[in-house]
Design a binder for this molecule. Sequence first.
Ligand code: FES
Ligand SMILES: [Fe+2]
Length: 456
Amino acid sequence: MLTAAENDMLTKVGPGTPMGRVMREHWIPAFMSSELEGPDGSPLRIRLLGENLIAFRSTSGKIGLLANNCPHRGSSLYFGRNEEEGLRCVYHGWKFDVDGRCLDMPAEPPESDFKDKVRAVAYPTRERNGVVWAYMGPRTEPPPLPDLEPNMLDGETYIWTALRECNWLQALEGDIDHAHLAFMHLGSVTPEDVEPGSFDYFTVRDRQPRFRVIDTEAGTAYGAYRPVEDDQYYWRMAQFLFPCYTMIPTGLLGVQVLVQGWVPVDDEHTMFWHISKPVDRDTAERTGSTSLVGSNNILGSNNHPRFLPNTTDWLGRWRLADNFGNDYNVNREIQRNGSFTGIDGINLQDQAITESMGGIADRTKENLGTGDLMIARTRRRMLQACRDMMEGTPPPTVDKPELYRTRTGGVLLPRSVDWWEGTAHLREAFVEHPELAENSDALLFLRGTGFGPSRG
Ligand code: FES
Ligand SMILES: [Fe+2]
């Protein structure tokens, strides 16, 4: 349970708020490269951390991200003309380059130097492997981009985003809330339904896992463990990384390469990001890794959600077709006889339930149990980060991009092995583990039934 002031501190991200400052010290995923038209193409409305911004690609291909309101008299640059290395406001023709410099003020006399004194608010951007990153922080020289493996490896990347209509924190907390897996997602699955010895089998055989929770330099981590045969534990490990990332354990530790982001659009809307390296089907099947888009009749057919057509509205990107307005198309018949929720697909179940808590969940009325250890610890860690930020110190993740070089997943370990220290080599990013992908004996116990692309 939090005080109202603490809940505010954790959830509000507008300019000047403590959490808003923590976010702004970091690079933030703003939109997918594919969303923005080519050079001199149409601008794009992007709301990020509660700020309305206009993205455009200049003639030479650079990406500008300007405050929506023109610094002259505030008309929206969305209607601007994207031409010759700049976006020209159509009201009086002022023109701005990607850095916010005013290139032209055609209504002013030629001898005026007014244009050298006016700047549009412009945030630096970087484009890497399909993701456009924005830096909205105070430094003139931005910090390095985070070393997030799935956004750095060559080759095919699996990226998708979805708008969630609630505050970023409750959406993120759904990803580190391990206890709900065995209920909301797997509540009607019995051990007889799944392959003996698979990860799902251990999960539904024992719905009260024990937990270990630790602080890491990048954020927090948990291990949920269940006793299995041969003096082993089945461990599922997940992490929170500042400012808004999760790494969840849908696949095999050492093989799974995945990160999820919970990027605040504003205080009551969040852009969910999934970025992972697709595992080849063969390996995925043998390891129970779940980076493949797939269907699963136990978990629902809709693990990759259906989207409404995008609109140009501030909140018009990546809205789900199954949403609050149609009760997420809950099917009560299936709820009685099939799945725990009657809502189709893991992602949609998470979406429905986190949105159902309200725009900003009221954490002053909660009653946290032992299954909520990770959530409680992560909040404490975030509150401390907010307080440090108010003293001027951002989290270490800002200047240590290497802290993001990590992985998560599920693994069977002898009971004597320390879950965190003993798996350091498996958590290292940019390391291949052919022995895991090839040794089918080692994998005998590691097969899952497939969790869809994004959830655990
Ligand atoms: S309001 Fe943009 S040029 Fe006047
Ligand atoms: Fe979930």
